[in-house]
Design a protein around this ligand. Structure first.
Ligand code: ADP
Ligand code: ASP
Ligand code: MG
Length: 440
């Protein structure tokens, strides 16, 4: 069995959905097809949720109506028979009635997750209507029946496998399944999600749970590029990456993959392919256990980083100091990305600063702190780059005019990270593109 995941742009227009139908029926291998919401939908749903949170109901209503009109137009081109059009209209009606009911209920977090789930529910159900119209036998699998996260909001492959096998057992003889990316149930049984961009993560978790032959991530670009194509003019696709390399790139900001989407595939050794729906014959990127070569492969950047400098009030970095520091971050469930130390101080970075006030308060009971917001981590990734001759020199030669706030080297053999003010990110990515890849 293989997994094929199609992102927002890949299902973003009726004719794109038609192309997806062609792609998933090209071979006879059994498959689970994971779909994102139609592009723009999740952003619109986030805005609707925000309006409701701020009690701006009229604006929420306008957004809901505009989105509904978009879907009404979408299905006119998606399907052609009266019967299919009728079915599609009923689906749209059902989901928009739900959004309109929510307008009358007072806002809460759980309800907001329900709002966000509508995008993937709509895309998969409408796609299913199209497949039926085309006579393509398939079964729609509700992701909420098998995708789950535990009390710590973490997905567990074993639990998902057990549930998925239970669901699949109801459909012997079926070879084509369609399901929603992104959405899941949490430990309280409520509708939840795997965070923005989470459909990649869904696909990889399902691939691990189903012991798939391959996890194909179909998107709008020819695989992982050596640098961020939204920022740098000249970037080139990478044919092969190891799981370690891909995981570092995803975690440190390469938007093509959800930050956590590699570990399930890596843990269960399932190859991942990044492919382009707009150019299905292009090679894309193959991600598997072994690196194709040593040395620098790509650069990625992660914004929204806060740097915290923590100075021991005893003016000595006595043993026990770091433990006390880490305990504070653990207590507030705030992961640390980068860390550097000196004799008396430690500098570290976090990307989630929701608990920052409480964290600072506790740190200040045994240290003095200072905070720099608006930072960006730029990661240079490639197998064994930490020991690859000259990499570090090339990085710093490329960045002579840049104020580097922190450097992390040697923690991972595959990653060198630097911290810069976000205002310098574009310049850093461009200069590294020239200095490391010779791409102008
Ligand atoms: P999807 O909707 O299919 O999940 P995304 O928008 O989430 O697609 O991811 C694909 C986009 O990621 C590309 O269009 C590209 O702009 C962006 N991107 C950022 N960094 C990279 C990179 N290193 N390689 C390829 N794409 C990247
Ligand atoms: N639709 C969700 C989002 O836009 C999940 C995804 O596309 O991967 O974040
Ligand atoms: Mg994505």
């Amino acid at each position: 069995m293989k997994i094929m995941k199609f992102g927002g742009t890949s299902v973003g227009k009726p004719h794109r959905m038609h192309e997806v139908a062609t792609l998933i029926t090209k071979d006879t291998e059994a498959k689970i097809v994971v779909l994102s919401a139609v592009s723009g939908t999740t952003n619109a749903l986030v805005e609707i949720g925000n309006f409701l949170m701020e009690r701006r109901k009229e604006e929420a209503k306008i957004k809901i109506d505009t989105l509904q009109e978009k879907y009404n137009a979408f299905i006119q081109e998606l399907v052609s028979t009266t019967d299919a059009k009728h079915k599609a209209e009923e689906i749209i009606k059902e989901h928009f009635e739900f959004l309109n009911i929510i307008l009358r209920i007072s806002y809460n977090e759980a309800l907001n997750k329900d709002i966000l789930a509508q995008g993937e529910l709509l895309s998969t159900k409408l796609f299913s209507v199209y497949l039926t119209e085309k006579g393509i036998q398939h079964q729609l699998l509700p992701a909420l029946d098998f995708m789950s996260i535990d009390v710590n909001d973490e997905p567990q492959v074993d639990t998902i496998r057990q549930k998925l096998n239970g669901v699949l057992a109801n459909y012997p003889g079926f070879v084509l399944f369609i399901t929603q990316g992104f959405i899941c149930r949490n430990a309280r049984g409520e509708v939840d999600n795997l965070k923005r961009g989470g459909s990649d993560y869904s696909a990889s978790l399902i691939a691990a749970a189903a012991n798939a032959s391959v996890c194909e991530i179909w998107t709008d670009i020819n695989g992982m590029h050596n640098n961020d194509p939204r920022i740098v003019n000249k970037t080139i696709p990478i044919e092969q990456l190891s799981f370690d390399e891909a995981a570092e790139l995803a975690y440190f900001g390469a938007k093509i993959l959800h930050p956590a989407s590699i570990w399930p595939a890596q843990q269960y050794n399932i190859p991942v392919k990044l492919l382009n729906t707009m150019e299905p014959e292009a090679k894309g990127t193959l991600i598997q256990e072994k690196a194709a070569s040593l040395g620098v492969k790509a650069v990625a950047a992660k914004d929204g980083i806060t740097a915290i400098n923590i100075k021991s009030s005893r003016m000595l970095l006595a043993y026990g100091f770091l433990r006390k520091v880490f305990e504070v971050f653990e207590k507030y469930r705030t992961p640390i990305d980068m860390i550097t130390t000196s004799e008396v101080a430690v500098s570290l970075t976090i990307d989630n600063d929701t608990a920052l006030p409480q964290i600072l308060k506790e740190l200040e009971s045994f240290s003095t702190t200072s905070v720099d917001k608006g930072q960006t981590i730029v990661s240079i990734v490639g197998a064994e780059i930490a020991v690859h001759p000259n990499t570090l020199k090339k990085v710093f030669d490329s960045l002579q005019n840049i104020d580097v706030r922190m450097v992390s080297y040697g923690g991972s053999a595959h990653n060198i990270s630097i911290l810069v003010a976000s205002g310098q990110k574009i310049q850093v990515l461009q200069q590294l593109n020239i200095g490391l890849f010779g791409l102008h």
